[in-house]
Design a protein around this ligand. Structure first.
Ligand code: GLA
Length: 735
């Protein structure tokens, strides 16, 4: 049983395969956190609490002189401002008289089979019945009928717990929520380090790891999207935790808007981790009878290093978050025309690209930006979702028919959330934007943001997009978002609801995607926001793959995909082979290297294939063949980061092991040319020590070794000459 309840001792214990999480209804009815870590019998951990009279840490009124009970010190399940706890509060409830306070005490609990969906929000779900069990704990404010309902869904097999909560206003007065986070994780002890994933446009998800100091570290986005700059995913780990050993805890937020992930070390060295919607500019008006549901946060624990933690998230998100026909199916290998043509194309050029690509084995053409309205540059046309027939004569039906005749599928680019001032859409609906009356709005890439907090805007977009998707058998949509939110004000909401706009915008995006997914269940959606500017677990619920970065340079991509792999499955990483020299960095890398990197994800090409010579075309044919043969291992297997490619490493190596363990793929890219170079040794992981594997690298004679020899003695790689050469080794279990 994943959930154990001891009513006598007031204990709630959640067990996953390798972890235990325990809380208790403590003195005075406060829900206290007791333990989260390696699996135990579920002993009573209340002995860990240390009641003491601490100076300057106050005591709630109902303790009646018990100076050893202070919420400023005790570990809690959900902290609230106004209880004498000076650490980060999860909830800030503001009453009409301006007072900010709520003090929640246990009221009831309920055990729910399975995993409830969350209204309007992405959420984990059960893939098979019996995979999850949920505990709902209801607490009530001491002096009012404001209720806090905490949800814990335990996914036993993947060592994860999905947490969220909703606030229910059962009072007869309005309450404003100035913050309502998804989860709080209090640790009584531990010298932890935090890993966060920061970056910029074309340089997303670099890994940073630092010990927590007294005070707070905050990874956040206030941009209205989860952002390139920080990712809503973090790992708290013990100092010596590495890939293969050590304790670590992941916190992953299923949310695509402004977020905050804060790690605080308090006066006693205790740690508090909170995650949720960013409170800056947030204020939710909760009328009597209304509830506010927070996004879900997924906690994962590994006592066996970062590798296991990532593998849990990968499996969970592949099977219990991503949806649709392509959830666990290999996605079509695509050719995207963006870096091949930018805005300069017509149907002839596209057909030429498709013809060459089809002959090489590519399965889908994606027509990127520029097929609609008046769109020859990024300064006009956004919002006008009608085909530009002076570029595409015969429109999408004719293009689709010709592409289908070549045996390929057709996909298309949209940027639904935006509008250009030079567009008919803007001229018709100048008031459908996020804008502050009387203030000139901020432009970014010459575009403005539509007010998706408004139902009529969402409805109009649904009509426009479904019109296009119904006019021809389109099978893929790339959903872009090329700027962040500013001027966050909606003409449709009252002054005291303006703090809701940014969150309602995200809910609008989710609702639009949900409607499109149910109207077009066969269409594969790929998320994108100037590359990986909205690469988060919330989007993965709607789009099982996301364009990982606008930076297609293979060497930079190694780092970006390395960082991404900590929290997100390989199947979710959109990755393409592009031209040489690379358009973002000017760097030249071998075609083989570009393919090796791009194949570690949802694979495709994005270059003018007609510029390639025959030898290169043959190579591409082989690459496609190779990807097809190995895609089960790559997309559905376990992922191993064999090296850390950052900080001047000599090589980058990563590995996949198929779910049944029968096959493995080791990819290596040499990052620094060296003269008189030593041999390099790579130690694969995740093999069966007692089985024997045939190891095959291109153009090398195969050899057979035991799993144990391969993992402990390693594979020798002779040094390769030239810049950034790559090697791919296929390991097949033979006995
Ligand atoms: C964004 C995307 C690119 C491309 C352009 C088109 O930057 O990330 O891949 O689609 O928009 O404008």
């Amino acid at each position: 049983m994943a959930i154990q309840i001891d009513e006598k001792k007031n204990l709630f214990t959640l067990h996953t395969k390798h972890s235990t999480y325990q809380m208790m209804v403590g003195p005075y009815g406060v829900l206290l956190h007791l333990y989260y870590g390696a699996k135990t019998e579920g002993e009573d951990f209340s002995y860990l609490l240390h009641p003491a009279d601490h100076g300057f840490s106050g005591n709630p009124h109902d303790t009646k002189g018990d100076r050893t009970f202070s919420l400023d010190v005790l570990p809690q399940e959900y902290s609230s401002l106004g209880t004498g706890d000076y650490r980060t509060p999860c909830l800030r409830a503001v009453w009409p008289n301006g007072a900010c306070a709520a003090d929640f005490r246990f009221e009831s609990y309920e055990r729910i089979a399975g995993k409830p969906a969350l209204p309007g929000l992405p959420a984990l779900y059960e893939n098979k019945p019996g995979e999850a069990e949920t505990l709902k704990i209801v607490c009530k404010d001491r002096v009012s009928s404001l209720r806090l309902c905490l949800l814990y869904s335990v996914f036993e097999e993947t060592d994860s717990i999905a947490r969220s909560c909703f606030i229910q206003n059962d009072t007869d007065s309005i309450v404003y929520l100035d913050a309502a986070y998804s989860c709080c994780l209090d640790f009584l002890q531990g010298d932890y380090e935090l890993m966060n994933f920061y970056g910029r446009h074309t340089g997303e998800r670099s890994v940073e790891r630092a010990p927590l100091r007294h005070g707070k570290f905050v990874a956040e986005s206030t941009r209205g999207a989860s952002s390139h700059q920080q990712n809503p995913f973090g790992i708290l780990c013990a100092p010596h935790t590495g890939e293969e050993a050590g304790e670590c805890y992941g916190v992953s937020l299923l949310y695509s808007g402004s977020f905050l992930l804060s790690a605080e070390k308090d006066q006693f060295g205790q740690i508090r981790l909170v995650a949720g919607i960013h409170p800056d500019g947030f204020r939710w008006r909760l009328k009597p009878g209304e509830t506010f549901q927070t996004p879900e946060a997924v906690l994962c624990y590994s006592g066996q290093g970062l590798e296991k933690l990532s593998q849990c998230y990968h499996r969970l998100y592949r099977k219990n978050l991503c949806r649709g026909e392509y959830r666990e199916k290999r996605r079509p290998i695509l050719i995207n025309n963006w870096e091949a043509t930018y805005f300069d194309f017509d149907e002839k050029k596209l057909e030429e690209i498709a013809k060459t690509a089809a002959a090489l084995g590519v399965e889908m053409l994606v027509v990127d930006d520029g097929w609609f309205g008046k769109r020859d540059s990024d300064t006009s046309g956004l919002g006008d979702w009608t085909v530009n027939t002076s570029k595409l004569h015969g429109g999408l039906p004719a293009l689709c028919a010709r592409v289908n005749d070549l045996g390929m599928k057709l996909g298309i680019w949209f940027e639904p959330e935006m509008v250009s001032e030079d567009s008919d859409f803007y001229r018709t609906h100048p008031d459908w934007l996020l804008h502050i009356p009387g203030r000139p709005g901020i432009r970014s890439r010459d575009q403005l943001v539509l007010d998706l907090s408004r139902e009529e805007v969402v409805h109009a977009l649904f009509k426009a997009i479904s019109g296009i998707l119904s006019c021809a058998p389109l099978e893929y949509v790339k959903w872009d978002m090329n700027r962040h939110l500013t001027d966050v004000w909606s003409a449709a909401l009252s002054p005291d609801q303006q703090g809701e706009v940014a969150h309602r915008y995200v809910l609008g995006v989710y609702s639009l995607l949900e409607r499109l997914l149910s109207a077009f269940p066969h269409v594969l959606f790929e998320g994108c926001a100037g590359g990986g500017g909205r690469f988060d677990a919330g989007m993965l619920y709607y789009t099982p793959q996301i364009w990982c970065s606008d930076n297609t340079d293979a060497i930079d991509r190694i780092l970006i995909q390395y960082g991404t792999s900590f929290g997100y499955p390989i199947s979710s990483v959109g990755s393409h082979v592009s031209a040489c020299p690379n358009h973002q960095t000017g760097r030249c890398t071998p075609l083989k290297t570009r393919a090796t990197v791009a194949m570690s994800g949802a694979f495709g090409y994005e270059l003018d294939l007609s510029k390639l010579d025959e030898e290169e075309k043959k190579q591409i044919q082989k690459q496609i063949q190779f990807y097809r043969e190995n895609s089960n291992t790559i997309l559905g297997g376990d992922y191993y980061r064999l090296t850390n490619p950052e900080n001047g490493a000599a090589l980058a190596a990563w590995q996949f092991v198929s779910e049944d363990g029968a096959q493995s793929l080791v990819n290596v890219v040499f990052l620094r040319p060296q003269s008189n170079a030593p041999a390099q040794y790579i130690k694969p992981r995740g093999l069966d020590p007692f089985s024997r594997y045939c190891v095959k690298a291109e153009q090398e004679p195969p050899f057979v070794l035991s799993g144990s020899a391969l993992m402990h003695a390693g594979i020798k790689l002779a040094p390769l000459m030239g810049e950034y050469p790559a090697v791919q080794l296929v390991l097949k279990r033979v006995e």
